[in-house]
Design a binder for this molecule. Structure first.
Ligand code: C5P
Length: 223
């Protein structure tokens, strides 16, 4: 039996890879499966939290007792998350949000007339950075970083730049880690520079470790 040590906490989790339309039949996306975000939602609800899951993942059954909001694009996720943020105590941004989207989605299906097709992409809003800027003292923001090299250096830089309380970093090139895997190998990176490496664990166990770290941070913040 799990202790309800997150009772009374309002938790928002994002999951999945956003899809950015290119034309009526195509989109740009990434390899995110949503598994880590869903595991976080499941673990938090078991521990008694009031959980909202903002998800771009498809074909994945939401854990019972979780309020689910489905989104497609980075823009929609941004709007939804910013609207819900003021009511939350904790936000964990496990979603793989597209960094770029097609500048314009074509109204008609793009035809294969050209030998070389150039797409113009523009930046999407960085939701995590926006949360970091608006964060109130009672709110805890957890970011994620999928990296393919220089994991710790990139993660430390991100934790500081985005003003998060905790950054969960994973090297997605490691076997047993990252996208679509049932297990994950992460490092908990604190903005002060402390790094706690976790062993290879199933994603539900990783989720519980992340919530343990969040509760510890919140307890330390109250002292
Ligand atoms: O900078 P990078 O994209 O690697 O940071 C990853 C973290 O930032 C993740 O928590 C992801 O959900 C979040 N993110 C975001 N909005 C973006 C890009 C990333 O919230 N446009």
């Amino acid at each position: 039996l799990t202790t309800p040590d997150m009772k009374g906490l309002k938790v928002l989790v994002t999951a999945g890879g956003t899809r950015e339309p290119l034309d009526p039949v195509r989109y740009l996306s990434n390899r995110s499966s949503g598994k880590m975000g869903y595991a976080l939602a499941r673990a938090a609800v078991r521990r008694g939290a009031q959980v909202t899951l903002v998800t771009a993942a498809r074909g994945r059954e939401a854990p019972a007792g979780v309020r689910v909001v489905c989104v497609e694009t980075a823009q929609e996720m941004h709007r939804t998350v910013m609207e819900l943020f003021p009511q939350q105590d904790v936000v964990a941004k496990a979603a793989a949000v597209a960094d770029y989207r097609p500048r314009e989605a074509a109204a008609e299906k793009i035809k294969k007339h050209q030998a070389l097709l150039v797409l113009e992409l523009e930046r999407t809003p960085d939701i995590l950075a926006a949360l970091g800027r608006q964060k109130q003292p009672h709110q805890t923001v957890v970011g994620f970083a999928a990296e393919t090299g220089d994991l710790e250096a990139n993660a430390r830089q991100k934790a500081a730049q985005k003003n998060v309380d905790l950054l969960v970093a994973n090297d997605v090139t490691m076997p047993g880690a990252g996208f679509d895997s049932d297990t994950n190998i992460v490092k908990l990176v604190y903005p002060g520079g402390a790094v706690v490496p976790l062993p290879c664990l199933d994603k539900l166990s990783v989720a519980h470790q992340i919530w343990d770290a969040v509760l510890q941070l919140r307890r330390a913040g109250r002292e």
